[in-house]
Ligand binder design. Sequence first.
Ligand code: SF4
Ligand code: SF4
Ligand code: FES
Length: 355
Amino acid sequence: MTDFALKIRRFDPESGQPAYWADYDVDLPPERSVLDGILQVKDREDASIAIRCSCRAAICGSCGVKINGQSALACNTRIGEAAERARDGAITVEPMGNMPVLKDLVTDMEAVHWKKIRRVVPWLLPAEDPPEGEEYIVPPESMLDVTQSMACIQCGACVSACLSLEVDPDFIGPAALAKAYRFVGDPRDGETESRLKDLAEDPHGIYDCTHCFACVEVCPKDVAPMNQIMRLRRRATNDFGIKDSNNGYGHEKAFVNILEKWGTLFEAQLLPRSFGDGSLIKGQLRPSGAKQLTESLPTVIAGLRSGKVSPKKALVHPKLPDQKQVRRIIHEIESKDERLELNLYIVGEMGEESE
Ligand code: SF4
Ligand code: SF4
Ligand code: FES
């Protein structure tokens, strides 16, 4: 047995008092979980601590909290390891972020998480009736492609950690967009294009993600929600050529054109080229591009004043010495008729019968 110090965030809406931190001591073997620690406190000291839990085996997804500031499942986090990462000697446990707190460690999943999941129509919309008396036959590789998003246990840890959601609470968010890919990637679904159009056109949709990787880091099931969002984007732009009013399509083209030309990102040209679907001149001539450029002037002026931007940096960008190689790779990829995307989530060896 080892002694551990737990600092739990307490909040009781009925008390009329603000939230506060309470200190507790537990004794457990270090390989036991933080959830075991909380349950020991409930058992021995204060039964009124509110926490959701059920399976205690990282399956039901109900014990999401923040441990030492990081979103995680309490039952899937060893108390000994959490203590090693704890600042000031005490493991902090608080409710998940980006969701209202109902009591102590219990958040209102319905108000945020489940509402967003419903937003993406999380069920199959088949193109046609199933063949009479038969099952749909789906190619195994298609199912492999969606397996990763199917592994989600709806714990909300990614929602809690998402930096975009912190800034824009209307962002559909990582868990719901990962769920959206589960159906976009399913060959039986008949609404692939309309689903993608909807998610691309929504100002809080697939282009609202800032690639911060937080959802990838915290997900206990390796769903990598950000990767599913990138898949949705690739399908929307590459496969369906959806030109959205959020300019996501143009932004992607601008990135590719800049890399093709210089080999590294030329920040000063990203915005104007994004409004011209990759072309600098078109971007400057389009009314929406001119408007955005005018609106960004105060930021440019602030950058010039602080020294972060210089006229030279804004106008000249060095090419990589082997930039031709970058261009060659881009052309090679773009010349392919079909995009082959490997789901690296699936590991292991092919059995003889499936080779
Ligand atoms: S990568 Fe995107 S979806 Fe994931 S946490 Fe960051 S902003 Fe949110
Ligand atoms: S994607 Fe991962 S972190 Fe997000 S809800 Fe699903 S299992 Fe939890
Ligand atoms: S109690 Fe079920 S996931 Fe933690």
